[in-house]
Design a protein around this ligand. Structure first.
Ligand code: HEM
Ligand code: SF4
Length: 548
C-alpha cells in the first residue's frame, strides 16, 4: 500500500510550498513583476498559458495511491473547473487555477506526498516508468524502487538545477519497453545477465524539433552503479551541452554532435571520479526501504472464471484486461477516450469513483499511462465482471484501449501558448470518423498521436499515424507521418507522408488511409508491419488520391 506516510520528504514539501506562498503574495501585491516572478513560478511547475496559469504536477513513475488520486479530484473540484488533464509524461495538468490558490493546492499536494517541483525548467523532470511496473507478467524486477532512488537523488540536486535544457529519464523493468526508453534523454532498461541484475543505459533520445532515438552508451551497468553513472552523464552534458542555442541544447544534440564515443569517454572519466562518492550506505538504505514499500502485495488466491465472456463485457475484456504475474489476477486499462472526450481529461467525479473502484477491486493503486489513460492494477479475474459493470455506470468502460480511437493528443491551441494548431478537435473528429466508418474495430490495434506544434508533446513521431499541426500563413495545416512506433517492441520515428492537410480534411484522409491498410494487410498484420512491408507509396496514394 502506498501512502503519504511513506514519503520521506513531506516536511521539505511543506517548506517549499510555504516559500512559494510568499513569492505569490509578492507577485499579487506588485512587489514582483511578471518577469521577476517567472523563474520562481517555473520552479514550482506553474506556467502561464493562453487563458490562465497552468499547474503541472508530477506523478512519479505514473503510480498514484487512491489517497493521492482523491487529492487530485479535490484540487480539480475546489480550485479548477472540475477537470484534470493526464499527460504523456505521467504528469497531471490543471488548466484553470487562480494564482492566489496555487499555494493552497501545493499544500494539499504536500499532504499526500506530491508536488510540482522540477516539472518545468531546465531540470531533471518527472522520472517516468512502465505503467504496469510491479504488476507486469514479463518483469525482471519492479523498476520503481530504482526510479524512486533516482527521483530523490535528482530532486533539488544542486548541480543540476540549471542544465542546458530539460532532462527526461525513463525506466523499464521488463524486456517489453512500455516506458519508451528510446525517446528519453536517459533510458534505463533493467536486464539480467548471468543471474546479475543491471541496466542497459541509453542516451540521447527525444522527440520535439529534432527527433532522435537514443543510443546504447552502456550495454550492461551493474544496477548498484546507476546513480554515479547517470550523475556522470548529467555532469558531462552539463559541461558540453550547448547553451548558445536553445534548439540545440538537449543532450540528444550534444551526443549527435560529439559522437557517441567521444561523449562516452567524457562520461567514463566523470564516472571514475564520482563513483567513490556513492560507495557509502545512504542510498542503499533508501533503495532497501523503497523495495519494501513497493513489495508485491499479498494477493489472496481467487478462482479463475471459466464462463465465456460475451457481449459488451467480452469486447471490453479483450481490449482492457492485461496479463498479470498471477493467473488469477489481471490489470485493467481505463481509457479516457470515450466518444467526444478530450484525450487525457478526467473529471473530479471520475477520479473519485476510480479511487473507490481501485480500493474495492484493486489494491488501492492507480497508474497513469503514456497514452493518457489510467490503469487499475492487481484486480482478481473473479471481479472483472463486477468492475466492468461499475465502470459502465461511470461512462468509463469504453472498449477502445490500443485502438485507433484511443488517440493521444496534446492540448494544442485550446490551451497552449506554443501551439500552431489545434489538437483536441482533430482527435475528436478522427475518433468520430473511425467509429462511423467501422474502422475503429476493423483496423484493430493502432496508435494515432497528435501534436499541436513541433515540440511533439503528443508524441506524434512515434504513432503508427502521427499528426503534426502547423501554421501555414495563418491557416492550420496538418502533416501526417507514418510508421512511427512507440510500442513495447521498440521505437521508430515516423516518415512524413507528403503535403499537409487542412483541418477538416484530416479525418477523411485517415479514413482513406486505413481503408487501404485493411485492404492490403495480411491476416493479423499490424499497421506498422504492413507499412514496412509495402512502403510509403502504397499508402501515399490513399492519402493523396488526386495525385495518383
Ligand atoms: C503548458 C503546456 C506545455 C508546454 C509549454 C510544453 C512545452 C514543451 C516544449 C517546449 C517541448 C520541446 C522540448 C525540446 O525539444 O527541447 C516539449 C516537449 C514535450 N512535451 Fe510538452 N509542453 C506542454 C504540455 C505538454 C503536455 C500536455 C504533454 C503531454 C500530453 C507534454 C509532453 C511532452 C513530451 C512527451 C515532449 C516530447 C519531447 C521530448 O522528447 O522531449 N507537454 N513540451
Ligand atoms: S506540442 Fe506544442 S502545442 Fe502541443 S502541448 Fe506541446 S508545446 Fe503545446
Amino acid at each position: 500500500m502506498l501512502d503519504a506516510a511513506h514519503n520521506p520528504d513531506t516536511e521539505w514539501l511543506e517548506r517549499r510550498a510555504a516559500q512559494f506562498r510568499d513569492q505569490v503574495a509578492r507577485r499579487l501585491d506588485g512587489r514582483l513583476t511578471e518577469d521577476e516572478f517567472r523563474p520562481l513560478r517555473l520552479m514550482n511547475g506553474v506556467y502561464l498559458q493562453l487563458h490562465a496559469y497552468m499547474l503541472r504536477i508530477a506523478i512519479p513513475y505514473g503510480t498514484l495511491s487512491t489517497q493521492q488520486l482523491r487529492a487530485l479530484a479535490t484540487i480539480a473540484e475546489r480550485w479548477d473547473k472540475g477537470i484534470g488533464h493526464f499527460t504523456t509524461r505521467q504528469n497531471i495538468q490543471f488548466n484553470w487555477p487562480k494564482l492566489s490558490d496555487i499555494p493552497d493546492i501545493l499544500d494539499h499536494l504536500a499532504s499526500v506526498g506530491m508536488h510540482a517541483v522540477q516539472t518545468s525548467g531546465n531540470t531533471i523532470r518527472n522520472v517516468t516508468a512502465d505503467p504496469f511496473a510491479g504488476a507486469a507478467a514479463d518483469e525482471i524486477e519492479d523498476p520503481r524502487p530504482w526510479a524512486e532512488v533516482i527521483r530523490l537523488w535528482s530532486t533539488d540536486h544542486p548541480e543540476f538545477q540549471f542544465l542546458p535544457r530539460k532532462f527526461k529519464i525513463g525506466v523499464t523493468g521488463a524486456p517489453a519497453d512500455r516506458a519508451m526508453t528510446a525517446v528519453h534523454d536517459i533510458g534505463l532498461r533493467l536486464v539480467r545477465r548471468d543471474g546479475v541484475v543491471g541496466f542497459t543505459v541509453l542516451v540521447g533520445g527525444g522527440l520535439g524539433r529534432t527527433p532522435l532515438l537514443a543510443q546504447v552508451i552502456r550495454d550492461f551497468l551493474p544496477a548498484a552503479e546507476v546513480l554515479p553513472y547517470i550523475e556522470a552523464i548529467l555532469a558531462a552534458y552539463n559541461m558540453a551541452g550547448r547553451r548558445d542555442n536553445k534548439y540545440k541544447a538537449r543532450i540528444k544534440i550534444t551526443v549527435a554532435e560529439m559522437g557517441l564515443e567521444a561523449f562516452r569517454d567524457q562520461v567514463e572519466a566523470e564516472f571514475a571520479q564520482r563513483r567513490a562518492d556513492f560507495s557509502g550506505g545512504g542510498w542503499r538504505d533508501v533503495l532497501a526501504a523503497q523495495r519494501l514499500r513497493f513489495a508485491a502485495p499479498l494477493l489472496v488466491q481467487r478462482p479463475i472464471p471459466t464462463a465465456p465472456a460475451t457481449g459488451a463485457y467480452a469486447a471490453w475484456a479483450e481490449r482492457s484486461v492485461v496479463s498479470h504475474p498471477r493467473a488469477d489476477y489481471a490489470n485493467v486499462i481505463v481509457t479516457l477516450k470515450a466518444p467526444g472526450a478530450t484525450p487525457g481529461d478526467a473529471s473530479a467525479q471520475q477520479m473519485r469513483r476510480l479511487a473507490e473502484l481501485a480500493d474495492r477491486f484493486g489494491q488501492g493503486e492507480v497508474r497513469v499511462t503514456q497514452e493518457q489513460n489510467l490503469v487499475i492494477v492487481h484486480v482478481a479475474r473473479a471481479d472483472l465482471r463486477a468492475l466492468h459493470r461499475a465502470l459502465q455506470s461511470l461512462g468509463l468502460a469504453t472498449a477502445n484501449a490500443g485502438l485507433g480511437t484511443d488517440i493521444v493528443a496534446c492540448p494544442g491551441m485550446d490551451y497552449c501558448t506554443l501551439a500552431t494548431a489545434r489538437s483536441i478537435p482533430i482527435a475528436q473528429d478522427i475518433a468520430a470518423a473511425l467509429r462511423e466508418s467501422g474502422l475503429e474495430a476493423e483496423a484493430g490495434a493502432l496508435a494515432i498521436k497528435i501534436s499541436g506544434c513541433i515540440n511533439a508533446c503528443g508524441h506524434h513521431h512515434i504513432g503508427d499515424i502521427g499528426i503534426l499541426g502547423l501554421d501555414r500563413a495563418g491557416v492550420e495545416n496538418y502533416q501526417i507521418t507514418l510508421g512511427g512506433d512507440g510500442s513495447p517492441d521498440g521505437a521508430a520515428l515516423g516518415e512524413r507522408a507528403g503535403p499537409g492537410f487542412a483541418a477538416e480534411a484530416v479525418a477523411p484522409a485517415i479514413v482513406r488511409l486505413l481503408r487501404r491498410y485493411v485492404e492490403l494487410r495480411e491476416p493479423g498484420e499490424r499497421f506498422n508491419a504492413a507499412f514496412r512491408r509495402l512502403g510509403l507509396p502504397a499508402f501515399r496514394t490513399a492519402l493523396y488520391p488526386e495525385a495518383a
